[in-house]
Design a protein around this ligand. Structure first.
Ligand SMILES: [Zn+2]
Length: 168
């Protein structure tokens, strides 16, 4: 049986019926992973406290009818908002380790401009990709483009992450 151990940041949690939960985690060794915490309510509840979004955990996964998280120990609660974690989960592809992103998250220097650059989108190198003129203030995670203020207000808020301008 394949087993994986890694530190991980819990990004999001989705209830899967009454019994199971599905966790999205950015792991140090393997990048983003989606894993179930299997049925038995007792186990799930034991793990649930450790697997809250924003927690930095040491986790153990096994491959058994898909990936399962079978153990997790909370090491720290990172100062990263739920909205940030939600968008980060949407942006990351599974199983792509990214050490620069890992270090940025665990050192709590959360910065969208830097994170988007690491993932291949450079806000400094572009103007608004909708009107081609304005300075980008936001990133549309649906079409994956930078938008200026005027274009951003026409975009649904649940697809829009505001980047902080300037690195003061
Ligand atoms: Zn624009």
């Amino acid at each position: 049986m394949q087993e994986y151990l890694s530190d991980a940041v819990v990004l999001d949690k989705v209830q899967n019926g009454d019994m199971d939960s599905r966790f999205f985690m950015f792991t140090k060794k393997f990048g983003k992973l989606a894993a179930k915490a299997k049925s038995a309510r007792k186990i799930t509840s034991k793990l649930a406290g450790h697997l809250q979004p924003g927690n930095l955990v040491s986790a153990r996964f096994i491959e058994r009818n898909g990936l399962q998280v079978v153990d997790a120990l909370k090491r720290n609660k990172l100062n990263i908002g739920l909205t940030e974690l939600y968008f980060l989960n949407k942006l990351l592809h599974e199983a792509e380790p990214e050490q620069r992103l890992w270090h940025l998250l665990v050192s709590e220097r959360f910065d969208w401009i830097e994170i988007l650059r690491i993932l291949g989108w450079d806000a400094d190198e572009t103007s608004c990709q909708n009107c081609n003129t304005g300075k980008p203030v936001a990133f549309d995670i649906g079409v994956q483009e930078f938008l200026c203020e005027n274009c951003a207000i026409k975009t649904p808020a649940d697809k829009l992450l505001y980047i902080v301008n300037g690195k003061g």
